[in-house]
Ligand binder design. Structure first.
Ligand code: 5GP
Length: 172
């Protein structure tokens, strides 16, 4: 498989993202990271370790898009909800990739309804050419072309999540 992003590139960009996040919040503010499973787990793990100067709490949410036929409707199924509430907290959604933007729009809508103090989003990857809805993403790791990628948390049929780099899956 063609390597799109080497492990070192990913790690160095994540350090930059962590620094940008830490600059954007007033000193002493606690940040609550919401990791979107499963794809976001590796990004989340590296991002929080790079946020050395911030009090961080975290939680996990899992969603899945319905079958392709209904995907354009933006219907998303909640597989696992958060363990704790968001009221008054500085929340950052941590996602692997924004493609059409439908999943993220759904997530932002349901989390915003829980009255966080602030709500932002960090995505490791973004494919702007695929966007169907305009969705705000404050922290983007890498903008990529419309190619199907795996590795670093991202799967194809549950495989390749363990790769430390990001690769293009041929034929997808
Ligand atoms: P969206 O709702 O933005 O279209 O879809 C986002 C989700 O689609 C991501 O969280 C991810 O699960 C999946 N996805 C989109 N593009 C890719 C890709 O290139 N590779 C992988 N493995 N998943 C992708």
């Amino acid at each position: 498989m063609e390597v799109l992003l080497e492990s070192e590139q990913i790690q160095s960009r994540i350090r930059e993202l962590a620094a940008a996040i830490e600059r954007d919040y007033p000193p002493g503010e606690e940040i609550h990271l919401v990791c979107v499973l499963k794809g976001g787990f590796m990004f989340m793990a590296d991002l929080i370790r790079a946020m050395t100067g911030t009090r961080v709490t975290l939680d996990f949410i899992a969603v899945s898009s319905y079958a392709h036929s209904t995907r354009s409707s933006g219907e998303v199924r909640m597989l696992k909800d958060l363990d704790t509430g968001l009221e008054g907290r500085n929340v950052i959604i941590v996602e692997d990739i924004v493609d059409t933007g439908l999943t993220l729009t759904y997530l932002q809508d349901i989390l915003r309804a829980r009255a966080p103090k602030t709500l932002r989003t960090a995505c490791l990857l973004s494919k702007p050419s695929r966007r169907l809805v305009d969705v705000a993403v404050e922290y983007v790791g890498f903008t990529i072309e419309d190619r199907f990628v795996v590795g670093y948390g991202l799967d194809y049929a549950e495989k390749y999540r363990n790769l430390a780099h990001i690769a293009v899956l041929d034929g997808q």
